[in-house]
Design a protein around this ligand. Structure first.
Ligand code: P6P
Length: 329
């Protein structure tokens, strides 16, 4: 079995940028994810990450200790290894510029949701980290600006997630397919376990919070009724655990559509474009699927601000296109 590092080197021609940089990026991501794995796996036994940190994050949400722990783990890992020149995080209001002599001319920036779905940690449901990497759009001689982070998703050079579940799995793409690596915690190594992930044909899972049904648009309501009627390969199976990474990972492997439509509580949608939807959309397309806001390709949306939200639908192409028939009526 290939380790993640061996796999990257074996496939170095598939990455348009420096292989050494990719290896160093993953060195940071692996280190931070192993730190989080270690704490998450014994969450009930330690006060370190259970409960709230007492502060509110940019989202106005009471930040959980584990959110802060995960955020610091990634920021420290990237900063200490001089791997990127800038970081944007769901947990930080503004982007963080890293400027020192050791990373002069470093062109990489990373956007992360350090621990998506963290409210599930108290009930032992899978949670995840989502990451997205770009080349900065400004000259390395200048200070970073917000425009370096407000790039369309189709300019990502690397995207992926780590799911902390019954096992810890890192899934990524550099534009040459989607590949998953499972952590062997006994030696702290990620091994190739899911090469060339691709949405199965005839997916039959739909994932949405049906508690919001009355608040959905008529198009979404009609699509849900389509999923539930007894015809052809339907009714579909409803599966929703309230953790994007967990729901997406299951749907990628078994074949299903994930939906977070806009509601009266979230008129722009709940999920964040830059560090949730764009990386998941990149993986979706690399796995033969489609990701949209109900009308537009997610990866073509020009971001206006760091924490902007969007309605989000992703999964097998035929399922998303069927949904769009209803949302575009
Ligand atoms: P709801 C977690 O807070 C999250 O951002 C995603 O991981 C998840 O899919 C969604 O929100 C769940 O939201 O409103 O259904 O609880």
């Amino acid at each position: 079995m290939y380790t993640l590092g061996e796999f990257i080197i074996k496939n170095k021609d598939c990455f348009s940028y420096s292989t050494e940089s990719l290896l160093r990026l993953f060195s940071c991501i692996k280190l931070a994810s192993k730190e989080i794995h270690k704490e998450v796996n014994k969450a009930g036994l330690t006060k370190k990450i259970i409960g709230v940190s007492g502060v509110k994050n940019i989202q106005g949400e009471v930040q959980k200790k584990v959110d802060d722990f995960a955020n610091q783990a990634f920021i420290n890992s990237f900063k200490s290894r001089n791997v990127v020149c800038g970081i944007a995080s769901e947990e930080s209001k503004n982007f963080i510029e890293i400027k020192n002599k050791k990373i002069m001319n470093n062109p990489y920036i990373v956007l992360i949701d350090p621990l998506d779905g963290s409210s599930n940690i108290d009930v032992n449901v899978s949670i995840g980290t989502i990451f997205s990497v770009y080349m900065r759009s400004s000259s390395t001689k200048d200070h970073l600006s917000i425009n370096d982070f407000l790039q369309v998703g189709n300019r990502q050079i690397l995207a992926g997630y780590i799911i902390y579940g019954s096992s810890t799995i890192l899934v990524y793409s550099v534009g040459n397919g989607v590949h998953g690596f499972t952590l062997d915690p006994s030696i702290g190594t990620f091994y190739l376990s899911h090469p060339n992930l691709f949405f199965p044909k005839n997916g039959n899972i739909y994932s949405v919070n049906e508690g919001n049904y009355t608040r959905f648009s008529n198009g979404i309501k009609r699509f849900l009724r389509y999923c539930q009627e007894e015809k052809e390969n339907r009714p579909y199976t409803a599966r929703y655990i309230g953790s994007l990474v967990g729901d997406f990972h299951r749907n990628l492997i078994k074949g299903g559509i994930y939906m977070y439509p806009k509601t009266v509580f979230f008129p722009e949608g709940k999920l964040r474009l830059l560090y949730e939807c764009n990386p998941i959309a990149f993986l979706t397309e690399q796995a033969g699927g489609k990701a949209s806001d109900g009308k537009r390709r997610i990866l073509d949306i020009l971001p206006k601000n760091l924490h902007q939200r969007t309605p989000f639908f992703c999964g097998p192409k035929e399922m998303v296109e069927k949904l769009e028939e209803f949302t575009n009526e």
